[in-house]
Design a protein around this ligand. Structure first.
Ligand SMILES: [Fe+2]
Length: 622
């Protein structure tokens, strides 16, 4: 247990140190608070007691909560799943009251969203009053109350939400806990990138649009960092700031031009496969790559003007993308690839490690992830399943566990079913509540495989929900990837997504090489690779227009039931691959509870639902 190397992050910037006045104003109280925090935690750890840690995050993209316990392991929950609305965020009652009582006639929630021009989607505001219900959902089935929580750790938010809420109220909710809510945004990205990787050392790259304004950098926001991590210590050797070197800002500008909302960057990524590289060559002179891994790219206005020169106008929401829009998406992807390749090349020069860990919103771009990894000398790559800001809660909790509580290294590289599991009684009650008939099946995996082989679209609900944005076999809609018409059928009947977006395959890991050109593993669907040319016609509904797929590798260890399902499908059809998409409909979060799953099943044309070992069919409903 040695927190000192990391504490350097809090008190001095490696390159641009604070001015003497800033040091006086900001560093000393912070330093003092840190020392006190460490002292208290050490005292508690020395006493030999077990620990239960809560990690929290709330940003404009959403909110999440995590539990890391010496006795009960790891759990994590996205607030949007609990609230049933996308992008749900925490907010302090006081902050809301302040907004509501202002003279401005605009509704408080809307005004809150307008406070930051980057945030255009009105998120659902969840007030602190809901805290007890969310905590109860997280610790479902565990003998834990708020009094049992020892540490509560949160990251700074982009918007200052946490300061009001966390600072003032967490100690009331957790009367015995030591509370700390001032961890830096990109420091937490590093924790989430590395502390669950299972590596003893690695090179860590964090990249996003930006973190919070930092007093130590004259209010500038960090957008990229390079670090070496060993055990639980991080040595940061480069930090770059927004707007100059912000890969997330550049990609967001394109996403905005293409008429997609913040948080829909995956649509730009999907569309990019259709485009030609003409637009990229037109824009490439705007990008300057620097030897130190940073880059320069002009403002959104300059980009818009350059795109108008290219002969394309901003796409209006819901308008069918034109060929020119496809070219713009292709340019966005290729420019991001250039920026991140250059960053990884600089990271390589600053490390001797063969292991690469990525985090930050940019690490959710599965196409770039694969391209930078392939072009590097790194031999292993780890990207945690919730690599964006919503994974901060777990990053914070891992950090407190490793650095302060002296807990063991965690490996989060096998499975992402971190949500609270539901009991058989919960499932039975949900089925009864909707008055449905169900059949108890002996082997749900074999039953589901049979239905998929018959061409059915099924809902699959097992264990705890995925913490990250991808469904990975816990809350999934599954169907037959061999049917070339399945993509359209799935969209018409259930998902109602844009036709240009691909669906992803889940494959038995030992057979991945037969179907995909993948080096290593891809358990969290965060790498896009080529489908082997000879297999593209075998699995057409998961092969994208450019012959690629965002693949998930499944092992018996990381999800035994899902593994058995795919293996049973393989026995029936000779193909060890199923189409796996998220258990939700467009615009809604992934289902969380058994009742959510049943309601989604009833409101769509999903043919059957396998809910633990209960089978629900539409015939039985009719
Ligand atoms: Fe971030």
């Amino acid at each position: 247990m040695n927190p000192e190397p990391e504490l350097k992050l809090f008190v001095a910037h490696p390159y641009k140190g604070p001015t003497p006045l800033q040091r006086l104003l900001f560093s000393r109280p912070w330093e003092r608070a840190t020392r006190n925090f460490v002292r208290q935690l050490r005292r508690r750890t020395r006493s030999g007691s077990e620990y239960n840690i809560i990690g929290l995050c709330s940003t404009g993209h959403g909110a999440s909560i995590a539990l890391v316990s010496s006795r009960y392991g790891v759990r994590a929950l996205n607030l949007e799943r609990f609230a049933g609305r996308k992008n749900a965020i925490w907010m302090a009652r006081e902050e809301y009251r302040e907004l509501r009582e202002s003279e401005d006639p605009t509704p408080a929630g809307i005004r809150f969203c307008l406070k930051d021009s980057q945030l255009r989607l009105p998120p659902m505001l969840v007030f602190e009053d809901t805290w007890e219900a969310v905590f109860a959902a997280l610790v479902r089935g565990l003998p834990l109350t708020p009094r049992d929580i020892d540490f509560v750790v949160g990251s700074e938010s982009h918007f200052g939400i946490n300061k009001g809420w966390l600072g003032g109220h967490l100690s009331l909710y957790f009367p015995r806990a030591i509370v700390r809510t001032d961890l830096e945004h990109h420091a937490v990205h590093r924790y989430q990138a590395f502390l669950g990787s299972g590596f003893s050392e690695a090179a860590v790259l964090t990249a996003d649009a930006s973190g919070e304004p930092l007093p130590r950098l004259d209010g500038k926001r960090i957008s990229m960092t390079f670090a070496n991590a060993v055990d639980s210590s991080f040595s940061v050797f480069a930090e770059y700031t927004s707007p100059e070197s912000s890969p997330g800002r550049v990609y967001n500008s394109f996403n905005n031009f293409l008429g997609f909302e913040p948080g829909e960057e995956g649509k730009t990524m999907g569309l990019s496969s259709y485009g030609r590289d003409d637009c990229y060559h037109h824009l490439r002179p705007l990008l300057t790559l620097n030897d130190d891994g940073s880059f320069d790219f002009p403002s959104e206005e300059v980009l818009k003007a350059a795109l108008h020169d290219y002969g394309v106008k901003r796409r209006r929401h819901k308008m069918q993308p034109s060929e020119k829009h496809e070219d713009v998406a292709c340019a966005a992807q290729l420019l991001l690839d250039d920026m991140m390749r250059n960053a990884v090349a600089a990271l390589e020069r600053g490390t001797t490690s063969k292991n690469l860990c990525l985090a930050g919103g940019t690490a959710l771009n599965s196409v770039t992830n694969e391209r930078v990894f392939r072009g590097s000398r790194f031999e292993n790559i780890y990207i945690m399943p919730n690599a964006g800001d919503l994974g901060h809660s777990l990053g914070c909790a891992f950090y407190a566990e490793r650095v302060f509580a002296g807990g063991p290294p965690r490996r989060l590289c096998d499975s992402d079913g971190l949500g609270p599991p539901y009991s058989e009684t919960d499932v039975e009650e949900a089925i009864q509540k909707r008055g449905l008939a169900s059949i108890r099946v002996q082997d749900p995996a074999a039953c589901a495989a049979q239905l998929i082989a018959q061409g059915q679209i099924i809902g699959w609900f097992q264990g705890g929900s995925e913490f990250g944005p991808r469904s990975l076999g816990f809350r999934s809609i599954l169907t037959d990837c061999r049917d070339p018409g399945m993509k359209d059928r799935l969209n018409d009947r259930v998902k109602h997504r844009e036709g240009f977006r691909p669906f992803a395959p889940a494959v038995l890991e030992e057979k991945v090489g037969e179907y995909f050109d993948l080096r290593g593993h891809s358990p969290f669907m965060l790498r896009v690779v080529d489908v082997q040319p000879s297999k593209q016609s075998v699995i057409p509904s998961v092969t994208h227009v450019d012959g690629t797929a965002r693949v998930q590798t499944v092992t018996e260890k990381n999800n035994p039931l899902f593994y058995r399902l795919i293996a049973a499908f393989d026995s029936l059809t000779g193909v060890p691959v199923v189409l796996n998409t998220s258990f939700n409909v467009a615009g809604r979060p992934i289902v969380e509870t058994p009742l959510d799953a049943i309601d989604c099943f009833l409101s769509t044309e999903i043919d059957s639902l396998v809910l633990h070992d209960f089978l629900l069919t539409k015939e039985a409903v009719a």
